[in-house]
Design a protein around this ligand. Structure first.
Ligand SMILES: Nc1nc2c(c(=O)[nH]1)N=C([C@H](O)[C@H](O)COP(=O)(O)OP(=O)(O)OP(=O)(O)O)CN2
Length: 277
């Protein structure tokens, strides 16, 4: 007997890729539970399946930076903040923060399939009565138009969004004179893709090549150092509202036309903003 719950929740993470560097991801989660029926005629009450799996993901890998510790050039050490992760290829990066902000995976690279297997195993290990096996399937949102990944942290957020390197993969829609602007959407999505978005006020040090961003949040002290050309600094916190405002203003300024932007934070949520040149 098998029970399924499709689109149960989403996972928003950043991962370190030895080819692409810091990559922002949003994954849809589908769940399959195999087991035996109870006397109530249920394998496991739908009302309990969702909170159980969501609670396990939210308290674990969601909103962390996934580090394949066997990838070339990765070192992980303890530091005052908790853990210090250093990378070398494709570019040098150093991230520091409390240990719970990172998922250390003894792999050479992070793939959707491996993460799904890892989470399925963890859930199966703590399965409830009647359930023999839990299998999660992770997938990227199918996006036919422009999309980009990004990483950021919100130091004022009381939940796990305060972690300095978690990410999202997001659609982007731009209108001028009431018409969708697919050329602008592609241009800006390509420019933004897998950048680190930060608040200007958090820049502690900057030279010609590298930028260091540091802040204190409720979970602890965080810092990140990476190449300037992989970053974009916003005047305020990198909420999706501010990303939409910043994009609308930048595009209106560059093009000389009134602009409306729909920015997403991962899957199915985001903000609209409008700006005049
Ligand atoms: N109004 C806003 N609220 C929040 C923003 C934001 O930009 N504007 N941002 C965040 C975080 O960055 C966070 O990454 C969003 O996390 P998410 O897991 O998507 O949020 P939820 O916990 O509400 O969603 P679930 O998918 O149900 O876990 C937070 N809030």
């Amino acid at each position: 007997m098998a029970l399924f719950v499709n689109q149960l929740t989403h996972i928003d993470v950043s991962l370190w890729c030895p080819q692409r560097g810091l990559v922002g991801c949003s994954w849809q989660v589908d769940a399959l539970l195999e087991g035996a029926l109870g006397e109530d005629g249920m394998l496991f009450d739908f009302g309990e399946v969702k909170p159980w799996i969501k609670r396990t993901l939210d308290g674990g890998l969601d909103h962390t930076l996934l580090i394949p510790t066997q990838a070339p050039g990765i070192t992980v050490t303890e530091c005052d903040e908790g853990l210090c992760i250093r990378t070398t290829t494709p570019y040098p990066m150093e991230v520091r923060g409390p240990a719970e902000a990172f998922s250390l995976l003894a792999w050479e690279s992070v793939t959707l399939e491996q993460v799904a297997k890892y989470l399925s195993h963890a859930l199966t290990e703590q399965r409830p009565a009647n359930v023999d096996r839990v299998t999660l399937t992770l997938s990227d949102e199918a996006i036919s138009g422009a999309a980009y990944g990004y990483s950021h942290g919100l130091k004022r957020h009381l939940g796990n969004c305060q972690r300095i390197a978690h990410g999202h993969r997001s659609r982007l829609a731009i209108w001028q004179s009431g018409e969708r602007q697919s050329g602008l959407e592609t241009h800006w999505a390509n420019w933004l893709d897998n950048r680190y978005l930060l608040e200007q006020a958090d820049i502690e040090h900057q030279d010609d090549e590298f930028l260091t961003c540091r802040y204190q949040a409720a979970q602890g002290a965080f810092s990140i150092r990476l190449p300037i050309n992989r970053c974009a600094a916003l005047p305020g916190p990198t909420t999706v509202e501010n990303i939409a405002i910043w994009l609308a203003r930048s595009i209106a300024h560059d093009s000389g036309q009134a602009t409306r932007v729909q920015a997403f934070e991962g899957i199915n949520k985001g903000a609209f903003a409008e700006a005049a040149p």
